[in-house]
Design a protein around this ligand. Structure first.
Ligand SMILES: [Zn+2]
Length: 227
């Protein structure tokens, strides 16, 4: 039995700070004529996990280094691609890291995997335009986002796509694009397969003409994903 708990300590801390700010706003004196309303607290942090753990009890290929609590020690929540595009490394609501990038027993893994037993939200890793939205036997429900500057991201095995999200739609970082699933033709665990791709869109091969890069090896970005 898996004992995975989808908690991210820092995200919880950020939520706590946001709640504390809302309380401070609520006790500010309000002019008598003004409508009495508490403004929505400004977004603090972002929706992306700021920490990441390796899935307990799983054999994780190309496993990153972790501490004793399975937290990935060199995890960067945001990375920079081509020196221009900032992406979230884990575009998922709550999940653990279940497979790394690179050679593994059954072929070359061109992305990284995140596991959850639940149909958690999957987010656009950065601003962009939906370039491809399709079903494939190998990737199930698959979405590719074009972030400009020759940078793309692929999201595979989605349970579903967000209603109304069509090819050509613009997305902001953190927009829910669908939910985690296991929709490939083959029997796979519920997970997100996430790829970061660079290069030029192929006239015939589309996203498969692009070069996959390991998101865990990209330089850390200090800023949050561009909006
Ligand atoms: Zn994968």
């Amino acid at each position: 039995m898996l004992t995975f708990k989808p908690y991210h300590a820092l995200t919880v801390a950020v939520a706590f700070i946001a709640a504390a700010c809302a309380t401070t706003q609520a006790v500010k004196p309000t002019p008598a004529e003004a409508p009495v309303s508490v403004p929505e607290p400004a977004p603090v942090g972002n929706v992306f996990p700021l920490t990441m753990s390796v899935c307990p009890g799983m054999t994780v290929a190309n496993r990153p280094a972790t501490d004793a609590d399975l937290m990935i020690t060199a995890f960067s929540p945001f990375v920079q691609v081509n020196g221009k595009v900032t992406l979230a490394t884990a575009p998922v609501q709550a999940a653990c890291f279940s497979s790394g990038f690179g050679a593994r027993s059954f072929g070359n893994h061109k992305g990284i995997d995140f596991y959850s037993p639940d149909a958690v939200d999957i987010y656009a890793a950065a601003a962009g335009v939906v370039r491809e939205k399709t079903y494939r036997d190998d990737f199930g429900n698959m979405l590719v986002i074009d972030h400009g500057d020759g940078v793309f991201t692929r999201y595979a095995h989605l349970k579903d796509f967000t209603t109304g999200l069509a090819q050509g739609a613009m997305v902001k970082p953190g927009d829910v694009i669908g939910h985690m699933g296991h929709t490939s033709k083959y029997n796979v665990a519920n997970h997100l397969h996430f790829e970061v791709l660079t290069g030029e869109w192929g006239s015939q091969a589309g996203s498969f003409a692009l070069t996959p890069v390991d998101p865990m090896k990209l330089p850390a970005a200090s800023a949050k994903a561009k909006s």
